[in-house]
Design a protein around this ligand. Structure first.
Ligand SMILES: Cc1cc2nc3c(=O)[nH]c(=O)nc-3n(C[C@H](O)[C@H](O)[C@H](O)COP(=O)(O)O)c2cc1C
Ligand code: SF4
Length: 485
């Protein structure tokens, strides 16, 4: 890395991240690890929470909620109470938590133990994405090391304080990263969101007890705050977006990867300097600045954008999970949007109607546009479907589907229009994602509730496990998908 690019980064969580010993207890201690825990044990829980509040640390999992405030919402003196670390990391484009857990796992564990002390938790859990099998073994090995060393378990560091930490393998679904679905899954139930209110985890969390739930990177910042103080933490970043952020840069750049940067650096510096510029000298078309759920920024907006929550919000998008997906001019944005729509359709848990039905129809309509069978009304139709999901679904997965798709249609209307007018994809001879005919529900008049499920035509290869519900036929007619789909 050149000196210029080095000054754009600020390695706090990622200092010495390539050192092979860092992931071991001895290596981590030699690095300065567990000094913060020692200090935290000499502090009261209220003092730790105050330091975290003063630091301005905001959640790194997606919503950016202030961490100290979240902890303060837990009802006092109600036990048992829990601390949960969310390591589900399933947002497409996001791979920073894996990076930390793989290379500096004791830092995350130290953050969990200190945070548990701050919220006076009786037990802590780390919920690790189902597909991260290797990470699960790393965490378990670290936990075993920490228990033997008296850093977790009974009488931590001779203080008389006990904390059990349990690693829990995730259920392998994107929705299990949503806090309430995660808590259900952790309790052994199918991972589906519960309505908020009343199920705010701070008050009604794991086993219906008060629970603080935080992202891996959020918790990994806690040891630094305790050891060095809130002012030192705030000495980098912007006034409102304090500290560093681990940014996952992916897509059409020369050097994709995880970069720890002070919040507020220009997005162009991230792409051009740290990322080495566009792959093969291509022209930038768009960026998703906060994971696959974030609204697209155009190349013009990218030039004005800084990497902090407020600047990204001012441009109509969000910093989300810190995943910056860079898209070049020669990428068919309709194909890309079609893949997004398929992802959200497949990952929707189906519990509420706007998301279950809306993601299904979005996936169908955008596929048909890409395949050259789009209709002129489809652009307005997609925006309308998105508007009927946004703000009307039970959890934020609905919005996560609606926001990027609506912004794609609105920011790149010409691309969608070109597909519709040409009855083909201008980028590919063959559509990458074929149109999917909608299953017709042949309901005999005398029996409106057939015992047998409707048959899916052979062409419908995507997700045959989920089919349009009983309203499918009517919705298909309304959407104009009942004939040539
Ligand atoms: C569909 C969906 C998936 C999510 N996946 C994750 C995830 O994998 N990791 C995560 O930390 N937060 C995820 N979140 C956000 C969590 O619900 C929650 O806001 C976050 O874990 C809180 O931690 P923080 O305050 O430290 O950011 C997801 C949210 C939604 C709606
Ligand atoms: S918004 Fe989607 S994922 Fe969330 S509860 Fe409703 S159907 Fe399930």
């Amino acid at each position: 890395m050149s000196q210029a690019t080095q000054s754009l980064t600020h390695a706090r969580l990622t200092r010495d991240i390539d050192s092979p010993n860092l992931s071991t207890l001895d290596g981590y201690r030699a690095w300065g690890g567990y000094r913060a825990l020692e200090k935290a044990i000499s502090m009261t829980p209220a003092e730790i929470s105050q330091a975290v509040s003063d630091s301005g640390l905001a959640g790194r999992g997606g919503a950016g909620f202030p961490t100290g405030r979240k902890w303060s919402l837990m009802p006092a003196d109600k036990h048992p109470r829990y601390l949960v670390c969310n390591a589900d990391e399933s947002e497409p484009g996001t791979f920073k938590d894996r990076y930390l857990l793989e290379r500096n796992p004791h830092l995350v564990l130290e953050g969990i133990v200190i945070a548990a002390r701050a919220v006076e938790a009786d037990q802590a859990f780390i919920y690790v994405r189902g597909e991260y099998a290797e990470i699960q073994s790393i965490i378990q090995r670290c936990l075993d090391e920490a228990v033997v060393a008296g850093l977790v378990g009974d009488d931590i560091m001779g203080s008389g304080w006990n904390l059990d930490v349990v690693m829990h393998g995730g259920a392998g679904a994107y929705i299990c990263g949503e806090e309430n679905a995660l808590l259900e899954s952790l309790a052994g139930v199918r991972g589906r969101p519960r309505p908020k209110p009343p199920f705010f985890p701070a008050a009604i969390g794991v086993y219906d007890a008060p629970t603080a739930l935080n992202n891996v990177e959020t918790l990994a910042n806690v040891p630094f705050i305790v050891e060095h103080g809130a002012d030192e933490f705030k000495s980098v970043g912007t006034e409102k977006s304090t500290g560093t952020r681990l940014l996952c840069l992916s897509g059409h750049v020369k050097r994709p990867g995880v970069y720890e940067v002070p919040q507020g650096i220009p997005m162009t510096a991230l792409i051009d300097d740290l990322g080495g510029g566009m792959l093969d000298g291509k022209t930038l078309k768009a960026v998703q600045p906060g994971g696959s759920s974030s609204q697209f920024l155009t190349a013009k907006q990218v030039k004005e954008c800084a990497m902090d929550a407020e600047s990204i919000r001012a441009l109509g998008s969000m910093a989300g999970s810190g995943a910056i997906i860079v898209i070049a001019e020669d990428q068919c944005i309709v194909e890309y949007t079609s893949r997004l729509a398929d992802f959200y359709y497949r990952e929707s848990c189906g519990k509420c109607t706007p998301c279950r039905e809306g993601t299904f129809w979005l996936s169908r309509v955008v596929r048909r546009i890409e395949a050259g069978a789009g209709r002129s009304a489809d652009i307005d139709l997609m925006v309308d479907v998105c508007n009927n999901i946004d703000g009307k679904s039970l959890c934020a997965l609905g919005e996560a589907a609606a926001w990027p798709i609506r912004s794609s249609v609105q920011q790149f209307t010409d691309d969608f229009r070109a597909h519709i007018d040409a009855h083909a994809c201008p980028f590919h001879d063959q559509p990458v994602n074929p149109a999917i005919p909608v299953a017709r529900v042949e309901t005999p008049r005398e029996n409106p509730h057939p015992a047998e499920p409707p048959q899916i035509p052979p062409g419908d290869q995507a997700n045959t496990a989920r089919r349009p519900g009983p309203m499918g036929d009517k919705a298909a007619r309304l959407l104009g998908l009942d004939d040539d789909g």
